[in-house]
Design a protein around this ligand. Sequence first.
Ligand code: DGJ
Length: 734
Amino acid sequence: MKFKKPFFRNLNGPVIALLLFASQVNAQKVNITLETKSNALVLQADDKKNLNTIYFGKKLSSPTEYELIPSQFKQSAEYTGVLNSAYTSSGSRSLMEPAITVTHSDGNNSLDLRYVSHSIKKESDDVSLLSIILKDPIYDFQVTLYYKSYYKDDVLEQWSVIKHKEKGNVLLQKYASANLYLKAGGFWLNQYHGDWAKEMQPEESKITHGIKTLDTKLGTRANIFQPSVFMISMDKPATEDEGTVLFGALEYSGNFKTDIELDYLNNLKIISGINNYASPYTLKPNEEFTTPAFLYTFSTTGKGVASRNMHNWARNYRVLDGKGDRLTLLNNWESTYFDFNEAKLFDLLKDTKKLGVDLFLLDDGWFANKYPRNGDGAGLGDWEENKTKLPNGVSSLVKEAKSNNVKFGIWIEPEMVNPKSQLYEQHPDWVVKQPKREEYYYRNQLVLDLTNPKVQDFVFGVVNDLFIKNPELAFIKWDCNAVIYNAYSATLGNQNHFYIEYMRGLYKVLERVRAKYPTVPMMLCSGGGGRVDYAALKYFTEFWPSDNTDPLERIFIQWEYSYFYPAITSSNHVTDWGKQSIKFRTDVAMMGKLGFDIVVSHLKDNDLKYCQEAIKTYNIVKPIIWHGDQYRLANPREGSVASMLYLNGTKTSGVMFSYLVNNRYDEGSKMPVKLKGLDAAKKYNIKELNIYPGTNSTIDSKKSYTGDFLMNIGFNPNVNSGRTSVILQIDEIK
Ligand code: DGJ
């Protein structure tokens, strides 16, 4: 990572902490240039110390030329000098969408932040942290902007820390994490929407003047209708391999808000942070308010590069055990729902072994006695084993798993409660609900009040007790099936802090879990895919993209998630959803972290044989899928065939998945699919994997092809109505 300060000195020392005080820069401009491998963000404090963004885009070979950029834009009059503010304040000159709005202790609403100093700390060869102090000249109010750069991955994280020394409290009305400012000849927004079983539906539109807001007010399960991830294409809609595109994501699991404003100069402002909906925050003197980080990457060569940047960053720096191993599993949710007992589970443990996966995951329904959890209407919150179903407890299952030589994992939903539960009866004040209003349920349940430290102890205790009683527990599926209606805490002093304190409470619990159990894999699940973000993935090894496991639907859902999250984090299960063959279902699930949720004993002999062999194959190729580079070859939304390639870092081995996604007459892979990322000079051999017992491959594995051929002409996986799913292994011939 290189930071260049053309006006002062080149900063390439080992650990740099340079402080430039405003007095030193006196009435001259200060340029702050933050470069990563391919990109540059250039901020400038002008002679009046307004801190503005003068450039964000592809890195220039001569950094001294960044300051020449503004002179080349003749866009129209700029009346305030702060339209391109690096952190837009309100109540003074800026009348555009603010990043920050406050009411000072004296009731005044104006804020005007000016550059004071900045410092740069090199945390490693790859990571640097730039901090910039801004202060209001009138009020003792300060914001520090932080920019953490990941040089190799072309990723930036940006957040702010707000504090003041005023005589009384300050009310923060808006408190964004980041405020970007982009210039281009037009902008296109690719956003997502969804619902249960319909997660991650993309929509692309040209951005028109005014403000487009992406947000959620759901509190928990926050992404179900609108995830915080988005893409902005510049100049023209970016494709997989062409065009300029920014990928953004707020690292936050609660209410978020991203305002995207095309201003009268045709420039684009992106302001992202915690949603200020019902959340004005009272900040005491000297208290620090730290916003979550806004994460972004940028590519001038299409979405594929941006997505691989995200994947690399996520595995290198964020996802728990991002470079590690994962467990394949058999889950019992769809095979039993709530209807099981010890004997049935013992059989499933045998099936786990027979199938050849690593772990058995016991889902919902194992707990509660006064109000047994035999459906989703009761028992949530009462985490002792149901004596009828499990007379010998979970420990007997863990023991039985061990004797079958498989591991054991368990489902919990510790943030939630059914009104029909002992927990609710004993602690009605632990529940989020309006004291004077009728309760309103989502899946017959309410959310526990994680703003309350006692509830935090309880939620931590759910996990802790399980591990204390069952030290060999190897996996947790952490579910979250309700949004927050009637937001109110019985114990929180300031209800305006409710949504923020809820998330703080959740993260405190997760911190405690990870402090005590740092490595146990945990799946982030949320009534399907309602909760995944890069704050939560610090604590989780994987997420559940959707309850919709129809493999045809999954091709589309996984495709969209794959832009932002690496395959190792995507839990994909083979279930009985959809009409496709077991081969199709298994192949689709192999494009991430493979699991099964089927009745193994109901499988026909050949289907079982197919699954067993596929798991063996998966165990060989999974390092490429989990740790390799992902290339989208054929988009299911653009043709009849979907195709995805995973390639190892040395470009010697890859796995290519292709599917028929259109059942109309005579559809199939009529054209070769062009591969990507290979070494043009290497020679490769291609052979088919996952061949269903009794069938033959139509691929001639004796032929060899250069990378050049495969990338420019392509290879036909021979997908058609008789071969709807084809997996190919590509190996260098030495
Ligand atoms: C919702 C999850 O998405 C499912 O996988 C399952 O765990 C159920 N909850 C259990 O209630």
